[in-house]
Design a protein around this ligand. Structure first.
Ligand code: PMP
Length: 333
C-alpha cells in the first residue's frame, strides 16, 4: 500500500473495478475507473490539481492567491481541497440546481460559495461567464491576485487526464483495452483519456455517452449542435464544443436516456456494492452500448465519476424520482 506525503499525492492511481452484470450481459470485460475514491471524492480532483499546478507554473497563481471557478460542484470541491492543501483561497460560482450535498461539501471545505440561477451559456449571467468576470474583478482587488480556473476551455484539464487517468488505465490492463467511453461535462476526461489511449494503441475505440438535453450526440453524428429532452444527472451534458472537447478523438457517440441508465446504478448499489452518481450511470450504459457494438470478448473501460452519497436527496430519493416520473427501485421504495 502506498504512503503519501499529502492529500494531493493521494489523487489518482484509483482501482479499475470489474462491473459484473454489465460484463455478463455483453460477454465483454467492462471495468469502471473508481474515481470516487479520490480524496475530494470525484474524477474532478485530477483536473483541479492539473489546473492549479499549471497556474503556478505559468506564474498566474501567486502564493496566497485566490482561485475562482464556475462549477457544477465536483470541480469546486477538488479545487477547494487542493487550494486548502497549498494555501490558496477558493471562490466558487454554482448553479442553484446542483445538489445540496455538493454545496455543503464546498462550504465544509471553506470555499466561498456564490449561488446563481441556472441559465444557458448564451446568457451573460451563466455561472461560467459570471465566474470569469468575478475572477477579473478579484484579480484587480486582491493583494495576491486571483485566477480563473476556466475548466471548460483550459486544456490543463485534459492534460491532467492525458498524463494520469489514461496512462493508468493502459498500465492497469497491460495495454489490453479495446474501448473507452464516458460522458462529457468539460470534455477533459474524454479528450485526455482518449488521447492517451490512442497514442499508445491507435485502434482503441473512444466513445461519447451523452445524456438527454446535451448537444454533443447530435454534433458527433450530424455535425450540428442540437439538443432535446432532459436528464437528472449532474456535471455532464454539454451544449458547445469546449477547448477540451475540441481535442477529443471521438469514434462513436451514444445518446442515453435516464430510463436506460439509472436502473444500472440502482442494481450496482443493491447487487455489486457500488453506490454511484448519475453520470456514472450514463457512462456504464455507454460502456454496454460500446460493448454490444464491438462484440463479445472485448475489454471496455468507463469512469465511476463520484459517489451516490452526493445525491442522497435526488437520485436516491424516491420522492424526487417520482416527481421526475422516473422508476423507483424496489430496494429504495
Ligand atoms: N461526472 C461528474 C459527477 C462531474 O462532476 C463531471 C464534471 N463536471 C463529469 C462527470 C464530467 O467530467 P469532465 O468535465 O471531465 O467532462
Amino acid at each position: 500500500m502506498k504512503v503519501t506525503e499529502s492529500a494531493l499525492d493521494a489523487i489518482g492511481n484509483t482501482p479499475l473495478v470489474k462491473l459484473r452484470a454489465a460484463s455478463e450481459a455483453t460477454g465483454c470485460a467492462i471495468y469502471g475507473k473508481a474515481e470516487f475514491m479520490n480524496p475530494g471524492g470525484s474524477v474532478k480532483d485530477r483536473a483541479a490539481l492539473a489546473i492549479i499546478r499549471d497556474a503556478e507554473a505559468t506564474g498566474a497563481l501567486k502564493p496566497g492567491g485566490t482561485i475562482v471557478e464556475g462549477t457544477a460542484g465536483n470541480t469546486g470541491i477538488g479545487l477547494a481541497m487542493v487550494a486548502n492543501a497549498l494555501g490558496y483561497r477558493t471562490v466558487i460560482v454554482i448553479p442553484d440546481t446542483q445538489s445540496d450535498e455538493k454545496k455543503s461539501m464546498l462550504r465544509l471545505q471553506g470555499a466561498e460559495l456564490i449561488e446563481v440561477p441556472a441559465v444557458p451559456y448564451s446568457n451573460p449571467d451563466n455561472y461560467v461567464k459570471y465566474s470569469g468576470r468575478l475572477a477579473q474583478q478579484l484579480n484587480a482587488r486582491e493583494p495576491n491576485g486571483a485566477v480563473w480556473a476556466n475548466q471548460f476551455d483550459n486544456v490543463a484539464n485534459l492534460r491532467g487526464h492525458e498524463e494520469t487517468t489514461g496512462p493508468e488505465i493502459y498500465q492497469q490492463l497491460g495495454g489490453q483495452v479495446d474501448g473507452f467511453v464516458c460522458a462529457a461535462g468539460t470534455g477533459g476526461t474524454l479528450a485526455g483519456v482518449g488521447r492517451a489511449l490512442k497514442s499508445r494503441k491507435p485502434d482503441v475505440k473512444i466513445a461519447l455517452a451523452d445524456p438527454m438535453g446535451a448537444a454533443l450526440y447530435s454534433y458527433y453524428t450530424t455535425g450540428e449542435l442540437k439538443s432535446s429532452g432532459s436528464s437528472i444527472t449532474e456535471g455532464i451534458g454539454q451544449g458547445r464544443i469546449t477547448a477540451n472537447l475540441a481535442q477529443a478523438p471521438v469514434d462513436f457517440a451514444y445518446q442515453i436516456p435516464d430510463e436506460e441508465a439509472l436502473p444500472i446504478v440502482f442494481d450496482l448499489a443493491a447487487k455489486e456494492g457500488l453506490l454511484l452518481g448519475g453520470s456514472s450511470a450514463i457512462n456504464i450504459a455507454g460502456a454496454i452500448r460500446l460493448a454490444k457494438q464491438l462484440g463479445p470478448g472485448k475489454t471496455i473501460v468507463t469512469v465511476l465519476c463520484d459517489s451516490g452519497a452526493r445525491y442522497a436527496s435526488k437520485l436516491y430519493n424516491p420522492a424526487f424520482l417520482r416527481e421526475k416520473g422516473l422508476p423507483v427501485p424496489g430496494w429504495l421504495a
